[in-house]
Ligand binder design. Sequence first.
Ligand SMILES: Cc1ncc(COP(=O)(O)O)c(C=O)c1O
Length: 466
Amino acid sequence: MVSEKVKTGKSGKYYSGHISTYSDRYMEKEIPKYEMPARGMPANAAYQLVHDETNLDGNPSLNLASFVTTWMEPEADQLMMESLNKNFIDHDEYPQTEVIHQRVVNMLGRLFNAPKQKKFIGTGTIGSSEAIMLGLLAHKFSWRNRRKKEGKKYDRPNMVMGADVHTVWDKFARYFDVEPKIIPMEPGRYTIGPKEVEKYIDENTICVGAILGTTFTGQADDIEGINKLLLKIKKRRGWDIPIHVDGASGGFVAPFVHKKLKWDFRLEQVKTINVSGHKYGLVYPGLGWLIFRDKSALPDDIVFKVNYLGGEMPTYTLNFSRGSATVLAQYYNMIRLGKEGYTRIMKNSMSNAQHLAKQIKKTGKFEMLSVAQVIPVVTFQLKGSPGFTVYALSKKLREKGWIVPAYTLPKDADKIAILRVVVKENFSRDMADLFFEDLIKAYDSLKKEKPEKKKQVKRKAEKRIC
Ligand SMILES: Cc1ncc(COP(=O)(O)O)c(C=O)c1O
């Protein structure tokens, strides 16, 4: 038993002897959960309380579900801490942060092979979701302006995309009243190409969405093929349909490991590209980028000019206030790593993912869907009927701390349930081997569990007979 005698000294009440770390330090009572408490508590107690609760979260290093960065260098952490108190939108107050933001836009414009221009056009966003919505809004306005000018109807805009798109595309369609024309998937085809797109486009199509690294399997739509089709249609029918490339994950991978793959502004109809700085841009959440091919792709309708922060400032983000830290961290990564550093990291992640995929395939227990061909993502389903589901396997892996999502593929391929492993910079070869061992242990353990359960059921049945 610990002694907790209260003595009174010159400085008032204090405890003598040992006390347990938390008792009597604001941790012995129920904590405020639903109503703001009338009185506060000391900073260290509040810190400890929140800190301890978040221990119940998963371990970010073992989170193979998320595409989002879970590790940065200490210098980047420091830089981010130093700029936590700067509101990014206050360009007049923090002009250098805005200069740095523009530098990143210019670097990305060049990286994505936008036509040569004095100042590349784009903006940082809170993530790819905001960037996609903005890009699609730009296409909606451009289409409407064109139709108005031609004296044609502009009340039924649509957009064409595969069922392999991220939810944000569906969100855009609903929030901004654009008819979504969704190309279904089928077992064995989890992306789209020109053959599928051709059947869906018409004069009211504001844009075609093409994905470089889908959320479901990490594969890529045939962007070059879709571009070729749209050029043919432009020539034949006069419909100038742009492509928005969702490079949320692939945008920071392809320029370094698939240099020959044409997916960016080298393709004429690609007018806007989004990329997540917080995915393979290697920055903590939330940072995305939207890059325009050139000024002609940015309609005036989406640009606002505000003067209430001092100076006149153009803005075309959906959000207003946001942190500066991630933007500065993106610039840090770009100058710290350079193209050579990004190439090394991306190649390493691809090779670790491919190594893992090879191991998984070799067991003969799984059917591989993707083996890190475009981005470092491995997806696989169970082979045959081992007597348990991918959901059970995912749950079993969680017992060891690994977070691996199990889910079904999009509509029309939704009978297929898979597991996905997203390999990030901090998933070393050693981690890949440890994960593989645990995957097989989990598989074998589930396989063994089944007869056990069967026996129990049998025993119960026997009892009843007696
Ligand atoms: C292909 C794709 N597009 C868009 C998004 C949304 O990106 P964000 O989380 O950066 O908003 C994701 C997220 O995983 C994605 O994989």
